[in-house]
Design a protein around this ligand. Structure first.
Ligand code: PGA
Ligand code: MG
Length: 217
């Protein structure tokens, strides 16, 4: 069975409200306006350092403070998960895919500490044989190295399932088909990401995986 690797934020879980809360706790200490949810979503996708850089610029904070802002953001990042939820049917679908025999992995730009925390909180940990976060290697997506490392651990290349421009670029750089979940944090039109397939309902993923793996066999 073909290996499947998933992105996390905006793909398996809707975590933007908790990321927004962590960001706004930091911005509050600087006396500037909080981020809206739309701003937060537009800053997610390229990892925590890039998120904080975008947040700092949007609120005109001094560049010299970026390191402190990042440290404060990471310290308060998703300590509880009250505002986060898996998208509908994520757990059921992962269970079906695993029962069908697909090796499953996770490749996210979220820092690895909070990644393990949120996976555990929602009972997602047991599904994944390999997990790589945004600070696991010296490079992060869209560099293909993290995604390659997860597929290597799973025993071979397969399909990457994600929600963003970053995920599409990462899959393309590695030369694996990209499956787009359309309800996440993408900024462009779905067709601009040139996915092998797209879906808005996790219940449909097993049949899409079957179709694409028949095509690529
Ligand atoms: O932390 C981010 O910026 C995005 O995380 P993701 O790679 O799971 O979408
Ligand atoms: Mg994502």
């Amino acid at each position: 069975m073909i290996p499947l690797v998933f992105d996390l934020d905006g793909t398996l879980i809707d975590s933007a409200p908790d990321i927004r809360a962590a960001a706004n706790a930091v911005l509050d200490t600087r006396g500037v306006a909080p981020l809206t949810l739309a701003e937060t979503i537009s800053f997610i996708g390229a990892g925590a350092p890039t998120f904080v850089a975008r947040m700092r610029r949007a609120r005109d904070l001094p560049e010299a403070e970026e390191g402190d802002l990042l440290a404060a953001f990471l310290a308060g990042y998703e300590t509880d998960h009250a505002l986060t939820a898996p998208y509908p049917q994520v757990l059921e679908t992962l269970a079906r895919l695993r029962e069908a025999g697909h090796p499953l992995g996770l490749c996210t730009n979220k820092p690895i500490g909070p990644t393990h925390g949120v996976l555990k909180h929602f009972g997602l940990t047991p599904f994944f044989a390999s997990v790589i976060g945004g600070d696991s290697l010296s490079v992060r997506k869209p560099d293909p190295a993290p995604l390659k490392a997860v597929f290597d651990a799973l025993g071979g290349l397969g399909l990457y399932v994600g929600d963003s421009e970053t995920d599409a670029a990462t899959a393309e750089a590695l030369g694996v088909p990209f499956l787009l979940f359309t309800k996440g944090y993408r900024k462009s039109a779905p067709e601009d990401l040139r996915p092998a397939a797209q879906f808005s309902d996790f219940g449909r993923l097993p049949e899409i995986v079957a179709e694409i793996s028949a095509r690529t066999r």
